[in-house]
Design a protein around this ligand. Structure first.
Ligand SMILES: Cc1ncc(COP(=O)(O)O)c(C=O)c1O
Length: 379
């Protein structure tokens, strides 16, 4: 365990704690890619919208990207740098506000582009089309925008070059937690299918899913791919990772409430996979737990579950050096991205508090939630 772990335990329970030191390590790595290539890296807010950290993130990155009006507004208000938006289909009643908030607007189809073109251009926005290179480089169908029949992006067969007037950039997003080899394969497909249009563009957005801050990520290959693309086509390359910004920078601190024996030992926690870390069930994956081992690795094994009614609200099986008891604190790792943004109050579960461990080692609780937050969303 790291030295700073003790400070995480000062948090209320349950609580997301983001460690500024770890976040800065990620941001420095991303900033070095920008510095060595001249590319621009945006925070994909869908993964991490902890806006109290946007001023810090904005010191390193070029701006933010949004999935729609609300994230666009958040990026505009709290980061105030380049603000991009992509949505598969915009709402009529939101579009004008989007044009006031965003410098770059990405359209998912030529129909959307035709529908909103005049309003976007009149507002002075840079406009782009999302392309679908139909190049799947991963097996998670739920996260694969290139799967057959996908609604994401324009395929080469549906591309309408005669409608490109006013379009200054193209965008693709096909990766999920991947290394630079998958990007290389994707770029080859993009060039083969859409290369003819690239010299006419000012910018090309490589989307997200680049796991740049993972220790084994091939940063040198990424840099050469960015440089190659920028030199070959004269475009400004953008990347918009979400996960890589906050990877391994946050924790979920929680407490054991009860032990239930039934052939195996269950520990019921005050946190829930279904409510606080739904990706554990959706992906699915087994989050790291500080100080714990794989089942059977250490002498005391427990199935960790939430206090909800959902039988499958199970985080996973973990082993410990000592028996668990009510009141014990546990710390799940890698809990900053796609966790806070996905929480819900199913079963009337309390939302975890949100805290920062700053560079000086002070735990600053930014927000706590209560009954009103549960009630406010219902009627
Ligand atoms: C269009 C787009 N950009 C960026 C991202 C961020 O991806 P990641 O958090 O995997 O880097 C996503 C994720 O779904 C996306 O759909």
């Amino acid at each position: 365990m790291m030295d700073r772990t003790k400070a995480y335990l000062q948090a209320p329970s349950p609580c997301f704690v983001v460690d500024e030191v770890l976040l800065i390590q990620n941001l420095e790595r991303l900033a070095s890619v920008q510095g060595r290539t001249g590319c621009k890296i945006l925070l994909a807010q869908k993964a991490f919208s902890m806006f109290s950290l946007y001023p810090l993130i904005g010191k390193y990155l070029s701006g933010a990207t949004a999935s729609g009006l609300y994230e666009a507004k958040l990026g505009y208000e709290e980061m105030g740098k380049e603000n991009h938006v992509y949505c598969p289909a915009y709402r009529e009643d939101e579009f004008d506000e989007i044009t006031r908030l965003c410098g770059h607007i990405l359209f998912n189809s030529f129909t959307q582009w035709q529908k909103f073109k005049d309003r976007a251009l009149a507002a002075g926005c840079e406009c782009g089309i999302r392309i679908n290179p139909e190049c799947s480089t991963q097996d998670h169908a739920i996260y694969d925008p290139c799967s057959p029949g996908s609604r994401m992006g324009v395929t080469a067969a549906n591309f309408q070059p005669e409608l490109l007037d006013g379009i200054t950039g193209l965008h693709f997003h096909t990766l999920c937690e991947q290394n630079a080899d998958a990007l290389e394969q994707t770029l080859d497909a993009v060039e083969a299918k859409f290369g003819a249009y690239l010299p006419k563009m000012k910018w090309l957005n490589f989307g997200g899913g680049h796991h740049i801050t993972r220790p084994d990520y091939d940063v040198e290959k990424l840099i050469s791919l960015i440089n190659r693309t920028q030199e070959r086509y004269g475009v400004q390359v953008y990347l918009e990772p979400g996960e890589a910004v906050a990877l391994n920078a946050g924790f979920l601190v929680c407490t054991v409430l009860e032990i239930v024996e039934n052939g195996i030992s269950n520990a019921i926690l005050d946190t829930s996979a279904a409510c606080h870390m739904p990706d554990v069930l959706e992906m699915p994956y087994r989050p790291p737990l500080l100080g714990a081992g794989l089942p059977e690795e250490k002498p005391y094994c427990y199935r960790l579950g939430g206090p909800t009614c959902l039988a499958g609200d199970i985080i996973g099986d973990y082993s410990f050096d000592h028996p668990l008891a009510p009141g014990d604190r546990l710390i799940f790792g890698d809990m900053a991205h796609y966790s806070m943004v996905k929480t819900n109050t199913f079963n009337g579960m309390a939302l975890p508090s949100i805290a920062i461990l700053d560079q000086e080692g002070n735990l600053r609780v930014k927000k706590t939630f209560g009954y009103e937050d549960f009630k406010e969303r219902l009627s």
